[in-house]
Design a protein around this ligand. Structure first.
Ligand code: PLP
Length: 441
């Protein structure tokens, strides 16, 4: 298990309860926010996002003696305001599509600090990223390197590139988010020799400057040795490349993946302590291999924004099926939270106006979509007074919720309201029916 912080009473320290039993988020009454902005509603705690960035930045700068970069993996939550915050905090960013690049550019994000991922960049994506001055491409495979080389040659430029490698580590997380194993759609495996060939090929290209190597073992990781083992494999590979090709990388990117606390049974990871232990481990390994550590990059997504987010719903029908179970339906669902349907992810839910009532009823909280799999969570304790009009809070929804939201059933996506020092402001507007139908010709 990774180093963890002491358990708190609520699953996250930005949550509390008012004397009248209302759930407070970043100190603000969630019932008032539901009233003011309507539901379903995504809330995000700006100070929490900034604190998480600073934790990473400070810990990594200390532990790696200034030779570290922190890149926010923006697929976790991509909208203009978040790139502005990342820019202000001095973070780099990961982007995985033209749409994320477009949004970052609109926010004025310095694109030389952007790293362009994905396992299948189209020619149009590559050209668009170069048009917008994306600093680094993370190439997944040789075909992609060829396409980057061709586009850079056409422009008479040299593109900085990292190579995505798979270190052969199983992070023991959900299969759908484990990406560092040899059998993965991402990257080139070290074990099979493909990573070696990939490196040799990259070094031969005149319009590609090989800046270093990248790996990302998975997401929602709680095992401490995952990063230590991954860094061992990567450093040994670097030593091998130095010996074979005389190549010394500038950057070694270890990806993202630190787990977050969705339910009380999960711990809160102490990010700073873990970065320190990864750094100490890597320094020993580098010394043993007689090499200097490259600049080390981390790419946190979930652990920057997950517990900075919360979703509010209004309950509708409460259906009691005698001898079976009770369903509490809410005015959102898999359209704003796809994660239970995708991964069976656990969540903590509350009746946000009845925090002082005993949670004496077990129910399934379900969405409003025409799909039986449209479930937010099963076996949730709720007060039995929960009924039509109750405000239901689903915690820890800052990562992979808005960014995975859909318009299934032509349901408009909720707005994002930022909470900052007791004030609130809109970062993303609520979609209207007209927005949803706006592209129909
Ligand atoms: C998704 C992803 C991340 C972020 O992962 P988290 O679990 O959200 O921290 C980082 N790097 C790459 C390449 C990714 O695909």
């Amino acid at each position: 298990m990774l180093d963890v912080l002491e358990k708190q009473e609520m699953i996250c320290s930005n949550l509390s309860v008012s004397p009248e039993g209302h759930l407070l988020f970043a100190g603000v009454d969630t019932l008032e926010l539901a009233e003011k902005y309507g539901t379903p509603l995504y809330l995000m705690d700006e100070q929490r996002i900034r604190e998480r960035c600073r934790t990473y930045l400070t810990a990594a700068a200390d532990a790696f003696h200034g030779k570290a970069k922190i890149l926010y993996a923006s697929k976790a939550a991509s909208f203009k305001r978040i790139y502005e915050i990342m820019k202000e905090e001095g973070m780099g960013t990961d982007v995985v599509s033209g749409g994320e690049i477009y949004t970052a550019v609109k926010a004025g994000f310095p694109m030389q600090n952007a790293f362009f991922h994905s396992n299948n960049k189209t020619d149009a994506d590559i050209a668009y990223a170069m048009d917008n001055g994306v600093g680094y491409f993370v190439a997944d495979n040789i075909e992609e390197l060829d396409a980057v080389e061709a586009e850079a040659a056409r422009r008479g430029t040299v593109q900085q590139v990292l190579l995505r490698l798979t270190p052969g580590i199983d992070p023991h997380t959900y299969a759908a988010v484990a990406t560092g194993k040899v059998d993965s759609k991402f990257g080139q495996a070290i074990e099979t020799g493909q990573a070696d060939g990939f490196t040799r090929y990259a070094l031969s290209l005149p319009h590609v400057k090989l800046a270093g190597f990248h790996c990302h073992v998975g997401s929602q990781v709680f095992d401490s040795d995952v990063y230590l083992r991954a860094s061992d494999v990567m450093l040994s590979f670097i030593a091998d490349m130095r010996q074979k090709y005389g190549y010394v990388p500038e950057l070694l990117d270890l990806g993202g993946g630190y787990g977050v606390r969705y339910i009380a049974a999960q711990p809160t990871i102490d990010i700073a302590a873990n970065i320190r232990s990864v750094a100490a481990h890597m320094e020993r390994k580098a010394a043993a291999l007689d090499m200097e550590l490259p600049t080390v990059c981390f790419e946190p997504g979930r652990s920057i924004v997950a517990d900075a987010g919360l979703t509010l719903y209004t309950a509708g029908t409460v259906k009691r099926i005698p001898g079976f179970k009770t369903y509490v339906s809410v005015d959102g669902g898999m359209t704003d939270n796809a994660r239970y349907a995708l991964y069976g992810s656990p969540y903590t839910l509350y009746n946000a106006g009845k925090m002082n009532e005993p949670a004496d009823m077990i129910c399934s909280v379900v969405g409003r979509c025409c799909e039986s799999g449209d479930i937010i969570q099963e076996n949730v304790p709720m007060p039995s007074c929960t009924g039509r009009g109750s405000i239901i809070a689903c915690l820890t929804t800052g990562a992979y919720h808005y960014s995975m939201a859909s318009n299934y059933n032509r349901i408009p996506r909720p707005p994002i309201v930022m909470v900052n020092d007791g004030d609130t402001y809109l970062a993303v507007k609520r979609e209207t029916f007209a927005d949803v139908a706006s592209l129909d010709v």
